[in-house]
Design a protein around this ligand. Structure first.
Ligand SMILES: Nc1ncnc2c1ncn2[C@@H]1O[C@H](COP(=O)(O)OP(=O)(O)OP(=O)(O)O)[C@@H](O)[C@H]1O
Ligand SMILES: [Zn+2]
Ligand SMILES: [Zn+2]
Length: 742
């Protein structure tokens, strides 16, 4: 039999964690040693026994064959979650270019000895009949928060206190009286040892429609036949993807396997959370960024011990230590939040594919607007594609979308931010007591202040950006937080004529109130959601009808279900087209489609008005006709022409330094160094150029872009840059280099 070798990292506290050692796999262990195994190996001159993690298997060794040692034994039977995650970390390091330490920090939660925290739960003490009476009474008196609590109790007699406060937005002022009346008790339970018994009620089960059923059946067939692959569910907004996910989860946990569900944090609302709790009870755990490191560790501990089968959370939930993983689900697969902003800059979709293949699990991706990457793979047959083309709820139809040309409005004398068709529909809905969402696709930072005399915009002294006006009183830098009071006079020429330009959410709120004085208006953006729970508070108020109009940024378009919203207005759709990013058309299409998906989710007819200065842009035209295929084809043609992903791999090298001169020297030298190889391999190079925001926090940044269809060739170039910078400390001493692939 051919010899086989294992690439091994010596235990992870070892300082040489960034390299592997080759060991021969003895025949008796051939069957058992796999990627992810924890093995015993003789190490060093004394051949002391050490533990090692197998991160790769090869048929040849890089090391002298005669000197190579053998693996002595296997530490544990099978593969543990931890050893698997360590191998995954190695893959992250190789794939995305980080140190092993950075990769390990990403996959293994930091052990934190916290004293077991007494968790609290709210228990309903009323019988069902009395609960209904109490509910009616609360409704009569319009105690909205109390109504929310009682309704939740109908589904579940126990509610974790944390969920009540953070996600249901109940205050102690609401809870105190119902506790005093003896309706509810606040009890302490040690969650970790004695999990809350949240009974699954099965209440949220619906009868699946044909399209949903077809997906579930095919998945079940594959699963029973031990076929594991990646599926992409392209389902329009409200087509019932979440219901499908829950059926798939059912099948997998029936089998004694475990499931990871990724949902972007912003869509992880109370509604969504309770749907999963309602169906799966205390087999579910949810993590979010509000958890402390210790609390997160606790949840991962429960997963490791097999106390739960389903972990729901944002990107980081991907590293849940499940050793019997059977399925990974990624909802809203196209979301930008799945890409890590810190080193290693991994994409959750790619890591999920890797992890699923390591553990023989299935992967399901879902979206109303699949990323170009995923859809391209589906068309190539690498993913299996499913489509859901209609809304699932009976009598719910996709909204009617129309585009309004703002240039034309201006020509005909309308200078307001509301076009005439939008204004007319708003008046109609306000009269009918239906709700409206107004959406602007950018954050508040368009709200800069400039001088009408000299034309200067007020900029951050540390960053290469304009400052943003908040509450008409302070100027704030969105990059570094630098903040100054709004000056009376222009700092450059002392002219008193300075004012804010550009339309931010605050300004829209003011104009809306002016145009519709009797309407009740809520605004949701970075400012109004800064405080803990602010996000849920606004959404809850809106869903309970406390406002007629909700104004907001991207935050308001994600996965919320407001049955009474029948009009969505997108105020300036092209704002997100004008960002210096090859994905801007894709982002615009996604945002517009999601925004349109908020209207008419119930049986009432929904309208969407898209206002724009570029009504002929294909991103806007196809979003208006809700034609994903057509958007995909046009956008792919552009990506091919420009050699952008997914037609090519784009490799970004960022050089940053406090010293501008050194930065220029170093980045130019690195580019010159790789030039011969790049030319030979036909790698396209752009730069080094200044980053779109050149200076942040007094650090300058330059970027080198490299494009090629073959990932491995770009990895070779990366290794060249690594080697060059390590051997030239005089050039790179004060320069940080970061890599990113997309
Ligand atoms: N087969 C069905 N019959 C009746 N109602 C359904 C069915 N499937 C889903 N629904 C309901 O339709 C609504 C939308 O379903 P769901 O949230 O699963 O869709 P989705 O595709 O995940 O939506 P989005 O993309 O907007 O997040 C929900 O209220 C859900 O309960
Ligand atoms: Zn001036
Ligand atoms: Zn700044």
């Amino acid at each position: 039999m051919a010899e086989r070798y294992a690439r091994i990292i010596i235990d992870i506290s070892h300082e040489k964690v960034d390299r592997t050692f080759d060991y021969r796999i003895p025949e008796r262990l051939c069957e058992d040693v796999a990627v992810g195994s924890l093995v015993l190996i003789p190490f060093g001159r004394g051949n002391a026994m050490r533990k090692g993690y197998v991160v790769g298997i090869a048929s040849h060794a890089d090391y002298d064959r005669d000197k190579i040692k053998e693996i002595a034994g296997i530490v544990t039977d099978g593969v543990t979650a931890e050893s698997l995650l360590v191998s995954l970390a190695w893959w992250l390091k190789e794939q995305y270019g980080s140190t092993m330490n950075q990769a390990l920090k990403t996959v293994l939660p930091v052990k934190q000895k916290i004293k077991p925290k007494e968790k609290k739960v709210l228990r309903c003490l009323l019988q069902k009949k009395d609960l209904l009476t109490a509910l009616q009474e609360a409704e009569k008196k319009k105690y909205k928060a109390r109504v929310r609590l009682f309704q939740a109790f109908l589904d579940n007699p126990l509610i974790p206190y944390e969920i009540a406060v953070n996600q249901m937005n109940l205050s102690s002022a609401t809870l105190k009286p119902v506790i005093e009346k003896g309706y509810v008790s606040l009890e302490s339970e040690e969650v970790y040892r004695n999990p809350i018994k949240l009974e699954a009620t099965g209440k949220s089960r619906v009868l699946l429609n044909k399209g949903q059923q077809a997906i579930v059946e095919e998945f079940r067939r594959d699963y029973s036949a031990h076929i594991r692959k990646t599926y992409l569910i392209h389902g329009v907004t409200g087509s019932g993807k979440t219901e499908v996910y829950m059926e798939l989860i059912d099948r997998v946990i029936e089998d004694g396997k475990q499931v990871i569900v990724l949902i972007p944090e912003i869509a992880l609302t109370y509604q969504t959370v309770m749907r999963f709790y309602g169906r799966f009870g205390n087999r579910v755990s949810i993590i979010n960024s509000r958890l402390s490191a210790g609390e997160r560790y606790d949840q991962f501990e429960r997963a490791r011990n097999g106390d739960i089968d389903i972990m729901i959370g944002p990107r980081s939930a991907l590293f849940t230590p499940f050793s019997r993983l059977g399925l990974i689900l990624i909802d809203e697969e196209h979301e930008g939040a799945y890409k890590s902003e810190v080193v290693p800059r991994y994409h959750a979709r790619e890591v999920a594919e890797k992890r699923a293949s390591m553990q023989d699990a299935s992967l399901v991706l879902g979206s109303a607007t699949p990323s170009l990457e995923a859809y391209t793979k589906a068309l190539r047959g690498e993913y299996q594609l499913f489509r859901l083309t209609e809304r699932a709820k009976k009598d719910s139809r996709l909204a009617a979308v129309s585009v309004v040309d703002l240039r034309q409005e201006l020509k005909e004398g309308n200078k307001s931010i509301f076009s005439r068709p939008l204004k007319a529909l708003m008046e109609d809905r306000l009269a009918k007591k239906e709700q409206i969402m107004l959406f602007i696709n950018r954050r508040g930072y368009a709200n800069f202040v400039s001088c009408r005399s000299c034309g200067e915009a007020i900029r951050c002294p540390h960053c290469d950006v304009t400052l943003t006006l908040h509450n008409n009183s302070r100027l704030v830098c969105h990059y570094c937080g630098h903040s100054v009071p709004m000056p009376d006079r222009c700092p450059a020429c002392s002219s008193p004529y300075i004012a804010n330009f550009g339309v931010g959410t605050q300004k829209i709120e003011l104009m809306t109130k002016k145009m519709f004085p009797s309407a009740r208006v809520l605004r949701m953006d970075l400012d109004t959601t800064k405080k803990k729970g602010g996000h849920e508070e606004i959404l809850t108020a809106f869903s309970e009808g406390e406002a007629d109009i909700l104004i907001g940024t991207q935050m308001i378009v994600k996965g919320h279900d407001f049955p009474n919203v029948t009009l969505v207005g997108v105020l300036a759709a092209d704002l997100s087209l004008n960002t210096p990013d090859y994905r801007s058309a894709e982002r615009t299409f996604q945002l517009l489609t999601q925004a349109a998906g908020r209207a008419g989710r119930d049986f009432k007819h929904g309208d969407v008005i898209i206002q724009t200065y570029s009504p002929e842009h294909y991103g806007i035209v196809t979003a208006a006709s809700q034609d994903y295929e057509s958007f995909y084809n046009q956008e792919m043609a552009f990506r091919r022409l420009m050699k952008y992903p997914p037609a090519n791999v784009l490799f970004t090298v960022q050089f940053s330094s406090r010293e501008e001169k050194l930065l220029t020297h170093g980045s130019d030298a690195a580019a010159a160094f790789i030039m011969p190889q790049a030319e030979q391999e036909r790698v396209q190079i752009i730069g080094p150029v200044e980053a779109s925001v050149y200076k942040i926090n007094d650090i300058y940044r330059k970027i080198l872009y490299l494009k090629h269809e073959n990932y491995d060739i770009l990895i070779k170039i990366r290794d060249q840059i690594d080697g060059f910078s390590e051997t030239h400390p005089e050039l790179f001493d004060q320069i940080m280099i970061q890599y990113d692939f997309s």
